[in-house]
Design a protein around this ligand. Structure first.
Ligand SMILES: [Zn+2]
Length: 296
């Protein structure tokens, strides 16, 4: 999730929308209540909706709309205050798409265009991209309920099990939950995704990295592998639905540090979480070992 420059402003709108629906603390976020409270109509995308929308567009916009027809996941009709969402997909995607279109409707500065349509990436104008980034951020804010998620995260152990649990709790995808979860950690935690190489699917190439504020502060110059070959220990998790974990040494600057790692294959890419154990835990581990040694 890329945070737009307007993140603070978007957060305020998200919180206001949650409060208006009396939805704060209700999980998963009752998105239909939010729509009702904001007086936004909510319809499914079907052929008729698409044709009606297409008929209102002219010139290049009409051509573009018709070309991306199959990939459209949601439409926000700002003039009629109705959103249309493709419900022929997974529940987390439906929830996210509804939140996204609701974002276009309630973020007041999005009212430049009479209508808006969304697909994966064919909107090219800079303003459209910014609006979409803002709508994505709005959706994540209403789904994770801003600071509520931050407080919740502190009650859970660091690991993918917690992420999976929190994802179910919020009706969000595990992938989206993972990014948000890492950003909110007090400890030094980072998440890295590795994607199969286009040229050799046995090799994974490094993609996006997200880190907690403490990780950035202490290990911002960590030397992460650019690519993972089949023999790398993290690769054990590929093509499995289990979470694998162990310890690994990675260098930051010229110094090697030990990190706990967990790896999980999400079906498309390998998510690797790195965690520098807080010092307190090292002390406790040592005490445990001493206790065991003295009692044997
Ligand atoms: Zn959009």
């Amino acid at each position: 999730m890329v945070r737009p420059e307007s993140a603070d402003e978007v957060s305020k709108y998200a919180m206001r929308t949650l409060r208006a629906a009396d939805a704060l603390g209700k999980l998963p976020t009752p998105m239909d209540d939010l729509l009702a409270a904001a007086k936004i109509g909510n319809l499914q995308i079907d052929e008729e909706a698409k044709e009606n929308f297409s008929a209102r567009l002219i010139g290049a916009a009409k051509n573009e709309f018709n070309l991306m027809w199959e990939r459209i996941r949601g439409i926000a009709d700002l003039r009629k205050r109705i959103i249309y969402v493709d419900e022929n997909t997974t529940l987390p995607r439906i929830l996210f798409a509804k939140g996204h279109e609701l974002g276009h409707e309630v973020l007041s500065w999005h009212y430049l265009d009479p209508g808006r349509f969304d697909d994966e990436k064919s909107l090219t104008e800079e303003a459209e991209e910014i609006f979409d980034m803002e709508a994505n951020f709005f959706s994540a804010e209403v789904i994770f309920q801003g600071g509520n998620f931050t407080r919740l995260v502190r009650d859970y152990n660091v690991g993918f099990d917690s992420i999976f649990h929190l994802a179910d709790m919020h009706g969000a995808s595990r992938h989206a939950t993972a990014w948000r979860y890492v950003e909110e950690q007090d400890e030094s935690v980072a998440l890295v995704i590795y994607w199969p190489s286009r040229f050799n699917s046995e090799i994974l190439r490094r993609g996006k990295v997200v880190a907690s504020p403490n990780f950035l502060l202490n290990f911002g110059d960590i030397d992460l592998p650019e690519q993972l070959d089949p023999g790398h220990s993290w690769m054990a998790a590929q093509a499995s639905n289990l979470v694998f974990g162990d310890m690994i040494s990675l260098t930051c600057g010229n110094v090697a540090f030990r990190f706990e790692w967990e790896a999980w294959w999400n079906g498309y890419g390998l998510l690797v979480m790195l965690r520098r154990k807080p010092k307190l835990h090292f002390v406790r581990d040592l005490v445990d070992k001493v206790t065991i040694a003295s009692s044997s």
